[in-house]
Design a protein. Structure first.
Length: 261
């Protein structure tokens, strides 16, 4: 056995040497990122304006709105207890994947959710299953992750989503159809949902009339109103229900895609 230093030790020494030599400001963040010593972040324009996105070797770690880079760095340090460094040229592959994801394509992104509980992770992973242009109630997530009574805790977990927009917590709304709270503010939730093709005013109007489900009198299946199957039902075949009990009493069964019950 020799006592030769392991490779990471050598890298760290090189890094310190770089620091002493006043390495170009753009180099150090990439080196720190590669070593897993820091997250890197950049600013990106989205439907709700310019956001800060941070990532590390585990995946995307944060999406946040802030007034300045300094504010973002402070938020990041307070929340994740790590440093993050701005980079001029984020990983091109990652930027492409994020753009495709924001456009509604089903592409896989790695997320760094290490700081969360199993429950919080389960809630966020379930929110990821909701397609663009569709919404589900908080109670749906609770039921799907087999914690039907934890509706309020689901709301809290979504409100604390460290990666809003990319993990679409904005697609989860109150069970009565109102759009509810959002990590980045309820007004922005409306803007994002509308950018994704949801008619928020109609959704709220429907809720005010007590309508919870759409059914088709040809298939005798009932859905959440934004389910892509419900949207295919034409006007004369469309029926509405105020409750699951009403739908079942009329001989309808729940859709296997949106699973409203
Ligand atoms: Zn459906």
């Amino acid at each position: 056995m020799t006592n030769s230093p392991s490779k990471p030790d050598q890298l760290l020494r090189d890094l310190h040497a770089l620091h002493d030599a006043q390495a170009p400001a753009t180099l150090a963040p990439h080196v720190l990122l590669t070593l897993g010593l820091s997250d890197a972040y950049w600013q990106m324009v989205t439907a709700i304006g310019s956001v800060f996105i941070a990532y590390n070797k585990h995946g995307v770690s944060a999406v946040h709105l802030a007034d300045s880079a300094a504010d973002f760095e402070r938020y990041f340090r307070d929340r994740f207890h790590r440093r993050t460094d701005q980079i001029d040229s984020p990983d091109e592959k990652l930027v492409k994947i994020i753009n495709r994801r924001l456009a509604g394509e089903k592409v896989d992104i790695h997320f760094d959710l290490r700081g969360l509980s199993d429950f919080e992770r389960a809630v966020l992973m379930k929110a990821l299953e909701i397609p663009r242009g569709e919404i589900r109630p908080y109670a749906w997530i609770a039921r799907e992750i087999e914690r039907p009574k934890a509706v309020r805790a689901v709301g809290t977990a979504l409100g604390n989503n460290p990666i809003p927009l990319l993990i679409p917590c904005h697609r989860v709304v109150r069970s009565d159809g109102y759009i509810g709270n959002y990590a980045l503010g309820p007004d922005r939730k409306r803007v994002i949902l509308e950018a994704e093709g949801i008619d928020v005013d109609s959704t709220v109007a429907l809720a005010e009339h007590g309508v919870r489900y759409y059914g088709s009198d040809t298939t005798h299946i009932f859905c959440y109103p934004t389910c892509r199957h419900a949207r295919r039902t034409t006007g004369k075949h469309l029926v509405t229900f105020n409750s699951e009990a009403d739908a079942r009493a009329a001989g309808y069964r729940p859709c296997k895609v949106c699973r409203p019950a």
